[in-house]
Ligand binder design. Structure first.
Ligand code: FES
Length: 66
């Protein structure tokens, strides 16, 4: 699904960016150009990134002290 129509950024693009290490909206904008035009997509893009970052965090291995 397109999140940013101005720059053709999809929810998949945002999830992939999160998987590649993007943690902050400014980083997402820098890497993808998302929300750097009209800005109409900012709330949805932020929400999608936050959910993606949370998902990435859940997939991390749990470190246990020996
Ligand atoms: S829809 Fe994303 S900047 Fe316009």
């Amino acid at each position: 699904m397109y999140i940013c129509l101005c720059n053709a950024i999809t929810d998949h693009d945002i999830r992939r960016a999160a998987a590649d290490g993007v943690r902050h909206f400014a980083e997402l904008q820098s890497r993808t150009g998302c929300s750097d035009c009209c800005g109409c997509c900012e709330a949805e893009a932020r929400s999608t990134l936050d959910a993606a970052v949370a998902q990435v965090a859940l997939d991390l291995p749990i470190l246990v002290a020996a």
